[in-house]
Design a protein around this ligand. Structure first.
Ligand SMILES: Cc1cc2nc3c(=O)[nH]c(=O)nc-3n(C[C@H](O)[C@H](O)[C@H](O)COP(=O)(O)OP(=O)(O)OC[C@H]3O[C@@H](n4cnc5c(N)ncnc54)[C@H](O)[C@@H]3O)c2cc1C
Length: 381
């Protein structure tokens, strides 16, 4: 079936762009409204880790969704790279999670057992195994587990690639859009108004990340309960190959990029929409990184930055229809939006194309109404 009709998407982060690309491929006419540059907000600030298992999720449904998205990643990336001509440096060579005391090592051993019982390949490494896997880890390392199949993508490159792929698939990306507002009547969505005028649409997808709740024109009943969760990060200039794989250490993660940067992340802070990089934030990241790998102390700090994760009360994304016909949410991806990009694009496109709602049940905004929105909602900043 080929889609017909106009879809308007608000927000050109990875989520909005991937949904736009998937819908355009299926035949829809798609416009994306972005007030800034595409792929520059949380989607740019993130570390790009694809780590559904190392993240240790207690929510089985969310863990399954993340694993499903990880499985989609190679095909998703191959498609976007082929259409855009931009390489996104996907590495699925595993993630090392290192322990520096026996209590933590016992926890990791239990994680490994649980993962293996669920069919995820995972090695338990003793001290020399850990140092062989990642020689840059300091001599106090106790051991590690190495989870296969996980990894990282260069999310900044993925943003550029998706932007180019969207444009070559005919998506109109409206940059620098001002005063973007949803327009609805009592029953259904009508389109999007901006400084460019009114654009009618049969479906409007709100993918404005941490800002999705404050969009003008969004009916109160359709406001997602979101809280911005700040994350600070920094980059070091690393000799090529110094760290081979994404490595978790107590208090930080280290993500090597192909261009020689080593990302160190990330703080998790409730600070409203504040995006400053602070001395405390940088210190906490450097302390954690240098405690685990003292040799990093000699490297130059080349960049620091902060971004806002779109957090929800239950840490699940909010995906799918609302009480207003045609008005769809694709937001609230919190810590795993880069990982969840391919599966989000597929679920939202399936819904627009076939009205497939059952599969979206765990992710609908309506779950908060059932549980009592008043108590579950986070305070709106
Ligand atoms: C420090 C940090 C580390 C992270 N690490 C990881 C990780 O390793 N792995 C992972 O999977 N996830 C990670 N995340 C989470 C991930 O980055 C986010 O979940 C994801 O990028 C959210 O994507 P998005 O497209 O919904 O939002 P965003 O990327 O924030 O995009 C939203 C877009 O909407 C636009 N917008 C907002 N309001 C309006 C408006 N009124 N009009 C027009 N446009 C508007 C914004 O300008 C922006 O471009 C991390 C996040 C941070 C901050």
């Amino acid at each position: 079936m080929r889609l017909s009709g106009d879809v308007a998407i608000i927000g050109a982060g990875l989520i909005g762009l991937a949904v736009a690309h998937e819908l355009a491929r299926r035949g829809a006419t798609v416009r994306v409204f972005e007030r800034d540059l595409p792929g520059r907000a949380a989607s740019w600030a993130g570390a790009g880790m694809l780590a559904p298992y190392t993240e240790r999720m207690n929510d089985d449904a969310l863990a399954r969704l993340c694993a499903q998205s990880l499985a989609l990643y190679p095909g998703f990336v191959a498609d976007i790279e082929a259409t855009s001509g931009v390489g996104v440096h996907l590495h699925l060579d595993g993630i090392v999670n290192a322990a520096f005391d026996d209590v933590r090592m016992d926890e990791l051993r239990r994680d490994a057992e649980r993962l293996r019982a669920n069919g995820v390949a995972c090695d338990v490494l003793d001290r020399s195994g850990a140092m062989l896997a990642e020689p840059s880890l300091g001599r106090h390392v106790f051991g590690a587990i190495a989870v296969e199949g996980e990894g990282a993508v260069d999310n900044r490159r993925l943003g550029r690639a998706l932007t180019a792929a969207c444009e070559s698939a005919g998506v109109a990306i409206v940059r620098d859009a001002r005063d973007v507002a949803v327009e609805c009547d009592a029953r259904r969505v009508l389109g999007v108004r901006s400084n460019w005028g009114f654009a009618g649409a049969s479906h409007v997808v709100v993918a404005a990340g941490a800002w999705s709740a404050s969009l003008p024109g969004l009916p109160v009943a359709c406001e997602p309960p979101l809280e911005p969760i700040k994350g600070q990060m920094l980059a070091l200039a690393m000799p090529r190959g110094f760290l081979k794989r994404t490595t978790w250490v107590p208090g930080a993660y280290l993500v090597p990029r192909d261009d020689g940067r080593l990302l160190v992340g990330a703080t998790v802070e409730r600070a409203g929409f504040d995006q400053r990089v602070t001395a405390d934030g940088v210190r906490s990241l450097l302390d954690a990184a240098l405690d685990a790998a003292p040799a990093l102390g000699d490297f130059a700090v080349t960049e620091t930055w902060a971004g806002l994760r779109p957090g929800t009360p239950d840490e699940r994304p909010i995906l799918g229809p609302t009480s207003v016909d045609g008005l769809i949410l694709a937001t609230g991806h919190y810590r795993n939006g880069i990982l969840l990009t391919p599966v989000t694009a597929r679920l939202i496109a399936d819904f627009v194309e076939r009205g497939d709602r059952a599969v979206l049940e765990p992710w609908l905004l309506a779950r908060f109404e059932k549980e009592g929105a008043a108590t579950k909602r986070m305070s709106k900043p």
